[in-house]
Design a protein around this ligand. Structure first.
Ligand code: MGD
Ligand code: MGD
Ligand code: MO
Length: 764
């Protein structure tokens, strides 16, 4: 009997060897350099490592496939614009070990699924296309041509193009992403779910409605010039380490920093720039002026408390709000004010879990400054009321006129290195009509105008057998999505699952009846095509498009680029019915960029502009106070306090990243900044909550979540007492994705609520 899809999808429940230390207050510094060197020497050739560190995030070099934090426009560190976790991402991609036919002949799919995610990732780079026939136990090699034909045959056998799902993870470059969505639309569907659906979708939704653009408004220069930067629901020391350099610069210019987080994350408190030798010796910069230990999902309540006090002061004395800005540029102020008056300050503050003394410190900073930037990430977007979280922050910025001027604005800090660019060039299940019209004008076919499936819809459709082919352009769908066991069944129901990937991951092991692994070049590798080595492009978190070009030789001759994969599949699938000469694009990516220039706003003269050393900024209405909303103004919004209540035994759980992972890729088993070594199956709990339940340090527990009458379970976690607000707890994803209910998601954005999972903890 082969292992069930559900069992293959779960992470193994065995323990490593947990050690804990007091979490450090400081981040980066010497340890970080030591860790990088250790990692690089273990997994990469020395020559490759040097080439990489010299070219990473340099002008004319290649873009780090880690996070989407921007590179400085002007001076870039001579030591390399890299960080510990960027180098770990590189060591992961540029490994010197490869796996192909021999590896898959030796290891069955079931055996591989028994490995931990850490072990799966360490097996090596995928080196040739592999095919899993129906009922087979092992993958076997397949030629590229046959693989393309297989995809084409399955797609063409569907009753409707809407029975296929085309997922994208955010590493795909603009060129590959544009062609991919073009193929999907010509094939006839808009089923283009992407990782953004699980990430910043709530930000996009809230910002489009209130400010007319689903992206942030600030530049790096604004961050240097801000008077106050609020970092809320984000852990930059781990996930965007180069952001700390920008915050340090802001502090050196006199700026103040407010950190709002249930956890006292190390980098938010203090930071030692690894590229500043003096600071390495003298011990770093204190970053947060105020640390706000908020309860999970207490953010709307806390911001409302601030708004109430600011309004009171404004009505009494005036001079608090930027009334000129409000009058000229905004809509809905009166309705906002009357709604705000229905809330009570004490109730809001209590719901936030924050003390009056800390509240007062934040209030003073906001009251007395007018250049405010708010940075946020998953701590705000992965809740049922995620859209309200972000709209409430926008309300605050609008009152202070802190948008569209120097040193002020919105800064949703994006995740994957090109997740923002992918959306810009058309990876969107509900793309605006204006974009679809441009596609029609340029290519002469009518794209589907139906709303396609987002991630959650796609899982439901596959579960209900309404979708039968799953195609993943990068990513690790089964480990990234909520409700692992349900999603496993959904994938198992498909006729074919296909993954374009650089590394083996769990999604290759939880398959449809047949499956394909299509291995592609990584960012760091040279992309040889007929017209020479190709350049590609990405867009960072601040809307700057820049070029990226690999520097290493490909790790296998059988790898092709994502662009070539799309061209091959489009050619094999669409055959006589296409209006597009698909194969031309892979020979010369300039041709793709010429098309992007015609179809996507802001890309005029794309090929020429991309040659500028620092890239170019895309247009951004909010940055210049042109709010392209339905009202033509920046909109105030009305947001409610969340209405969940915990029963006695329950805790609210956030599923977060450790310092040693990139999403579902596990670099190692430590979470150094939180004092955790050698284990991922842990639950951080408040020590009072442990005492009430009679739980001791390292006691083994099972976790349960109940939602709409369905109980979900995750077994074997060790309790770690931690500085986290009462009634809150934290675990790592993907281990606890089995507990995240598919139907618990952000209203209007459908982002899974993976930061507010209600659980009970039971000793075993
Ligand atoms: N090294 C590394 N870099 C990465 C990634 C990675 O996995 N590893 N992932 C990339 C991706 S795709 C993304 S989206 C980003 C993610 O970057 P982050 O959003 O920083 O990642 P998370 O670990 O999800 O952290 C969420 C933070 O929000 C806090 N938080 C949780 N719930 C709440 C809440 O209700 N309110 C408030 N105020 N805070 C809360 C948590 O304590 C934690 O500090 O990072 C990107 N960069
Ligand atoms: N519970 C919980 N769940 C979450 C989150 C959370 O905070 N909590 N965060 C969510 C977020 S923010 C995100 S963005 C998603 C991430 O979801 P995904 O983007 O689907 O997951 P990743 O782990 O980033 O994908 C890693 C895989 O991408 C492939 N890969 C890497 N580089 C390349 C490349 O250059 N090309 C190609 N084709 N493939 C490549 C490798 O095979 C690797 O195994 O997870 C979400 N899931
Ligand atoms: Mo993300």
């Amino acid at each position: 009997m082969s292992t069930s899809a559900e069992d293959k999808a779960k992470t193994p429940e065995s323990f490593s060897n947990l050690k804990t230390k007091t979490p450090p207050k400081n981040s980066v510094g010497f340890t970080s350099i030591k860790v990088v060197l250790g990692h690089v020497s273990k997994y990469m050739k020395l020559g490759d490592a040097l080439k990489i560190s010299k070219n990473l995030n340099q002008k004319g070099g290649f873009d780090c496939p880690g996070c989407a934090w921007p590179d400085p426009d002007d001076e870039r560190s001579a030591l390399g614009e890299y960080c510990e976790n960027g180098m770990k991402a590189m060591a992961e991609e540029a490994q010197n070990k490869t796996i192909g036919a021999e590896f898959f002949a030796k290891n069955s799919v079931d055996e591989l699924a028994n490995l931990s995610d850490f072990e799966i990732g360490k097996s090596g780079r995928l080196s040739e296309p592999m095919y899993l026939p129906e009922r087979a136990s092992h993958y076997q090699p397949i030629s590229w041509d046959d693989a393309f034909k297989k995809v084409g045959t399955h797609l063409n056998a569907l009753n409707s193009p809407d029975e296929a799902v085309f997922y994208t993870s955010g590493r795909t470059t603009n060129e590959a992403a544009f062609l991919y969505q073009l193929f999907v639309r010509e094939f006839g569907t808009s089923n283009l779910p992407d990782c953004s659906n699980m990430c910043h979708e709530a930000s996009g939704s809230a910002l489009t409605e209130t400010l007319g653009i689903g992206k942030g408004s600030v530049t790096l220069d604004d961050l240097y010039k801000a008077e106050v930067v609020m970092v809320i629901g984000q852990n930059p020391a781990t996930n965007h380490p180069r952001m700390l350099t920008a915050l340090e610069k802001c502090k050196n210019n006199g700026g103040r920093i407010i950190a709002i987080n249930p956890l006292p994350e190390a980098g938010l408190i203090k930071f030692t720039n690894p590229q500043n030798p003096l600071k390495l010796l003298t011990g770093g910069t204190k970053l947060a002026d105020v640390f706000v230990p908020i309860t999970i999902n207490g953010d709307v309540a806390f911001i409302k408390a601030l708004l109430i006090k600011l309004l009171e002061k404004e009505e009494k004395e005036g001079g608090v709000f930027d009334t000129d800005f409000i009058n000229e540029f905004t809509h809905g102020y009166d309705a906002f004010v009357s709604d705000l008056k229905t809330y009570n300050f004490e109730i809001c503050l209590e719901a936030s879990g924050v003390s009056k003394a800390i509240f007062d410190d934040v209030y003073d900073l906001i009251l007395n400054n007018n250049k405010i930037i708010i940075c946020w990430a998953m701590g705000l977007t992965q809740h049922q009321n995620a859209v309200d979280n972000i709209r409430e922050l926008v309300n605050l910025l609008l009152l202070k006129g802190s948008i569209g001027k120097e040193g002020a604005g919105t800064c949703p800090v994006r995740g994957h290195s090109n997740v923002q660019g992918d959306r810009t060039v058309g990876i969107w299940e509900s793309a605006p009509q204006i974009f679809l019209d441009k596609i029609e004008n340029k290519y002469g076919f009518k794209p589907s105008t139906k709303h396609g499936f987002s991630v959650i819809d796609a899982i439901k459709a596959m579960y209900g057998k309404k979708a039968k082919v799953f195609f993943g352009m990068g990513g690790n769908f089964i480990s990234a999505v909520p409700d692992t066991l349900y999603a496993a069944q959904a994938l198992a129901n498909c006729n074919l699952t296909v993954h374009v990937s650089t590394k083996l991951n769990r999604s290759h092991l939880v398959t449809g009846k047949e499956a394909l692994i299509l291995p592609c070049l990584g960012r760091s590798e040279k992309d040889y095509q007929k017209s020479g080595v190709q350049l590609q492009s990405v867009e960072n978190s601040m809307g700057i498009v820049s070029s990226t070009k690999g520097v290493l030789e490909p790790c296998s001759e059988k790898l092709i680029s994502e662009v070539a994969v799309v061209c091959g599949i489009a050619h094999a699938t669409l055959q006589g019915r296409t209006k597009i000469n698909w194969l031309q694009y892979k020979d010369n990516y300039d041709l793709v960029r010429n098309d992007i220039a015609e179809v996507v706003d802001g890309f005029t003269d794309f090929n020429t502009k991309l040659k500028q050393p620092s890239g170019f900024y895309l247009p951004n209405g909010a940055r210049v106070r042109e709010f392209k909303t339905k009202t033509g103004k920046a909109n105030f919004s009305l947001n409610k306090l969340p209405d969940w209540k915990l029963k006695d035994e329950e805790l609210i759980m956030m599923t977060i990243r450790s310092h040693d992972q990139f999403n579902t890729t596990i670099y190692g088993l430590n979470d150094r900044y939180r004092g955790i070594y050698n284990e991922r199956r842990i639950i951080f709990m408040n020590r009072d909550d442990m005492a009430i339940r009679g739980l001791k340090e390292q006691q083994v527990v099972n976790l349960k979540s109940e939602f709409n009458g369905v109980v979900r379970e995750a077994h074997n976690f060790k309790v770690v007492g931690y500085d986290i607000p009462k009634n809150c707890c934290a675990t790592y994803f993907p281990e606890t994705n089995v507990l995240v209910p598919l139907d618990s998601f952000a209203h209007t954005a459908k982002t899974p609520a993976s930061k507010s999972v209600i659980v009970t903890v039971e000793a075993i």
